[in-house]
Each structure stands twice: as structure tokens, then as C-alpha cells.
Design a protein around this ligand. Structure first.
Ligand code: HEM
Length: 416
């Protein structure tokens, strides 16, 4: 046991983690007045930490590795087995550059344009409908667009089921029981679907455009000069498609934010990039999505009087760092203007991980996420008018993952 840092007294905190959800780490950081504490989780001693300094240590790859960090149950639903999230060192960097090359600003723009086109195409049908659920519409649109953008052929009739499978994989994280198994079945179905497409690209029965995610994953060479096996290529292509569908979550929160803070409506009616950017950033900071990330100690070291023993699991609090009072004034207030002053540190604003994405595990999809959120906000504010009927929009911080219950219902939709 570490003598010098607080220890949570409970024999095992797994239940508390489920019950306290997004606040599990920050509740204890507050209780112990310490950025770092040790707890027993899932039958092992785990170091939990929060804040920018902790993030800086966590993303030092001399100190941490990802191999063996993600539990199998997460790999079998959310990530895919032995994929980029679990890689280290040169092999990881090599794989990461492949992902980064698919997400350059021109590629972000192309995706955002496709998303806006799809939103616009929904209007006639929505005008006829009594009401729509934004989360549902967003996931289908994003699935259709993600496939189109990545070069993956998809029939209109399969969009909804494939989108539901992506969502089941995403929301299986943290889940036990039926929701976990649903996530597993969704992953198996999706891997089978995408693996067959990769094989067909390789035997030239499907054409893939140079530079598309499909083409680049199908023909990527590892450091040893060999291609990925078809299964792994499929898993990594899914690591591009699935998180694009996940942006539906932030779009739903963005609509909720507009509803809760109607004063931003008129600010966003003026089509100023900066205002969209700040609003999107504040949605990513304020609302809960990724709770924490985990890594294992690569080589023992001491930090802040705490012994990090080789092999130990360490969790970095993403949600808590984004609400850390030392980093954010009134963190529990939704205030996009705060991003006017934000200095762009790599370690204080970490909804999608911290550090340099090209050198570590930080999400390569932040540019895509923000651009898709911006066009979607523009659509909601400037392209349509709608009513928001009575509904339960609450989301709870003690459920992981969480979402506004109603998925955000809109009615009386009209083109503006
Ligand atoms: C990694 C969050 C969107 C692709 C991550 C990580 C988080 C995250 C927390 C882990 C960081 C770490 O391990 O240190 C999110 C959220 C998103 C999102 C909340 C919003 C919907 C995207 C998009 C893409 C993407 C749009 C790609 C199109 C990836 C990949 C990784 C990753 C490939 C693994 C990176 C690595 O291990 O090196 N994301 N992400 N994500 N994300 Fe995202």
C-alpha cells in the first residue's frame, strides 16, 4: 500500500464507481483534498488521479503503457481486440499516423459538408412528422455520412440497423448484463460486415478510392511490411466509423444547451465561426461523455509521494479535469465565452484525452467532432424552426454512459 496518499476505505469500490459514475473520482479528490488516491476497483489496487498535472504525467509514455490496460469486456464491445487503443511505442505511432492522415482539415471539411447536406435533406420529412427525436436522427445521418465519407458501401435499408449497432458498441462501456451482451453482438455483426468489405477491396470486387479510410485501412502496411490481417483492418476501420456516429451524443447535448441557454440563439444567428467554435468546445467540456481513461505503469516511479508500481492500473479523470476549479472559473456553469481566454493547453481541456494526438493516445478525431458539431449547430439555429414539447431531458451524472432521457424531442419543424 502507498502510505503517503489517501486510500479509499472500502474493500472494493466497483459498486461505488457504478453508483457515482462521472463523479466517482472527483467526489474522492474533494473528500481527501488530494489529486491522487488509491482505491480497490475490480479486484485490484488502482491509482485514480485528476487535474492538468496528473494528465501531463499520464501522457508520458515512458511512464505508462496501454497494453493490458483496457479490460477484455471493453475490447469486446467498444474498442475491438488488440487495436490502436492497446498499442504502445513505435508500432502505436505508426498506426496513429495512419489515423491522423485520414482526419486532416480538408477531410474534416468534407465530412462536415456531407453532414449539413444530410440535415437539410431531412427537412421535408420532418415538416410532415408530428415530432422527431434528435438523437435518433443524428445517429442515422452520421452513420450514412461516415460510410460515404470513408468509402464504405451501405444500402439505405441497412443504415438504421448499422447505426444502432455502432451505438450499442459505444454505450456498452461500463455496462453489465444485457447492455453489455448487446454491445458484443453488435461488434461481431459489424466486424463481419466490414471484414467482408475489406476482403472485397483486396480482391478488387469492390473499388476503394485512394485516400479514403476504406482504401487506406485495406492497404496499410505495418512496420514489419505486412498488411493488417482483414480482421484487424476491419476493427481499425470501425475505429473510424463508430466514433463519428458517437458525435450524435454531443449534438444532442448541444441542442439541450441551446434550450437551457436560449440567450445563445441570437449570438449563433450571426454566422461567426468563433462563436460556433466556443459553443461546441463548451458543450464538450461541460456535458459528460468519456468519464476517464486507463493505463498501466510501464516502469515504477514516484510522483507526489505516490509509488506507481510497475503494472499498476491508473485512471485519469477526464470529466473531473474538465470541471476542475483550479482550471475553470465556475466550472459548473455553461459559459462558451470562457474559451475566448483559453490558452489551448494540451492537458486542461481533455474531453477526448490529453497530450499530442500524433505522439500519444489522445483522440485523433477532435477536429472532426468540432466541425460536425459546428455545422449541426448552424443547422439547428439557422436552417429550421421548431418547438420543444414537454419531455424529460434530464441526464444523470451517476449513470455511465448517460444521455438526456428523451433524446431531445422536437416538433412543429419548419424550414427557416
Ligand atoms: C481515442 C473520446 C470522437 C477516433 C479517444 C479517447 C477518448 C476519445 C477519451 C481516448 C484517449 C486516450 O486513450 O488517452 C472521443 C469522444 C468523441 C470522439 C468523446 C466524440 C464523439 C472521435 C472521432 C474519431 C475518433 C470522430 C475518428 C473519426 C478515435 C481513435 C482513438 C480515440 C482512433 C484511439 C487513439 C489512440 O489510442 O491512439 N477518443 N472521441 N474519436 N478516438 Fe475519439
Amino acid at each position: 500500500l502507498n502510505e503517503r496518499i489517501p486510500h479509499d476505505k472500502s474493500l472494493d469500490n466497483s459498486l461505488a464507481l457504478i453508483q457515482e459514475g462521472y463523479l466517482f473520482i472527483s467526489n474522492r479528490v474533494e473528500r481527501y483534498h488530494s489529486d491522487i488516491f488509491e482505491a480497490r476497483l475490480m479486484g485490484q489496487n488502482v491509482i485514480c488521479m485528476s487535474g492538468a498535472e496528473a494528465a501531463k504525467i499520464f501522457y508520458d509514455d515512458e511512464k505508462f503503457q496501454r497494453k493490458g490496460a483496457a479490460p477484455k469486456r471493453v475490447q469486446k464491445t467498444l474498442f475491438g481486440q488488440n487495436a490502436i487503443q492497446s498499442m504502445d511505442g513505435e508500432e502505436h505511432i505508426h498506426r496513429k499516423l495512419l489515423f491522423m492522415s485520414l482526419m486532416t482539415p480538408p477531410k474534416q471539411d468534407r465530412l462536415a459538408k456531407l453532414v449539413l447536406e444530410q440535415w437539410m435533406a431531412c427537412i421535408p420529412e420532418w415538416e410532415q412528422a408530428e415530432q422527431i427525436v434528435l438523437l435518433e436522427e443524428a445517429k442515422d445521418i452520421l452513420c450514412r455520412v461516415a460510410c460515404q465519407w470513408a468509402g464504405v458501401p451501405i444500402e439505405e435499408t441497412e443504415v438504421k440497423e448499422r447505426a444502432d449497432d455502432f451505438i450499442s458498441m459505444i454505450y456498452a462501456f461500463g455496462a453489465v448484463g444485457p447492455q453489455h451482451w448487446k454491445g458484443r453482438r453488435a461488434r461481431t455483426r459489424t466486424e463481419n460486415w466490414i471484414r467482408e468489405i475489406i476482403e472485397n477491396v483486396r480482391n478488387e470486387s469492390i473499388k476503394a478510392e485512394h485516400g479514403s479510410a476504406l482504401h487506406e485501412m485495406a492497404f496499410h502496411k505495418k512496420l514489419d511490411g505486412n498488411q493488417l490481417d482483414a480482421q484487424m483492418a476491419a476493427i481499425e476501420l470501425i475505429n473510424v466509423l463508430r466514433p463519428i456516429v458517437a458525435i450524435a451524443t454531443f449534438i444532442t447535448y448541444a441542442a439541450l444547451a441551446l434550450q437551457e441557454h436560449p440567450e445563445y440563439q441570437s449570438i449563433l444567428e450571426v454566422e461567426d465561426e468563433n462563436n460556433y467554435e466556443r459553443f461546441a468546445q463548451e458543450v464538450r467540456r461541460y456535458y459528460p461523455f468519456g468519464p476517464f481513461v486507463g493505463a498501466r505503469v510501464r516502469k515504477g516511479f514516484i510522483w507526489k509521494d505516490c509509488k506507481f508500481k510497475e503494472g499498476m492500473l491508473v485512471l485519469l479523470d477526464l470529466y473531473g479535469t474538465n470541471h476542475d476549479v483550479r482550471l475553470w472559473d465556475n466550472p459548473n456553469q455553461f459559459r462558451p465565452e470562457r474559451f475566448k481566454e483559453w490558452k489551448g493547453s494540451l492537458f486542461d481541456f481533455i474531453p477526448q484525452g490529453g497530450g499530442d494526438p500524433a505522439k500519444g493516445h489522445r483522440c485523433p478525431g477532435e477536429g472532426i467532432t468540432v466541425e460536425v458539431m459546428k455545422v449541426s449547430l448552424n443547422f439547428l439555429v439557422n436552417k429550421i424552426e421548431f418547438e420543444v414539447p414537454n419531455q424529460d431531458m434530464n441526464y444523470s451524472l451517476d449513470e455511465m454512459p448517460t444521455l438526456p432521457k428523451s433524446g431531445f424531442i422536437m416538433s412543429d419543424i419548419k424550414r427557416k
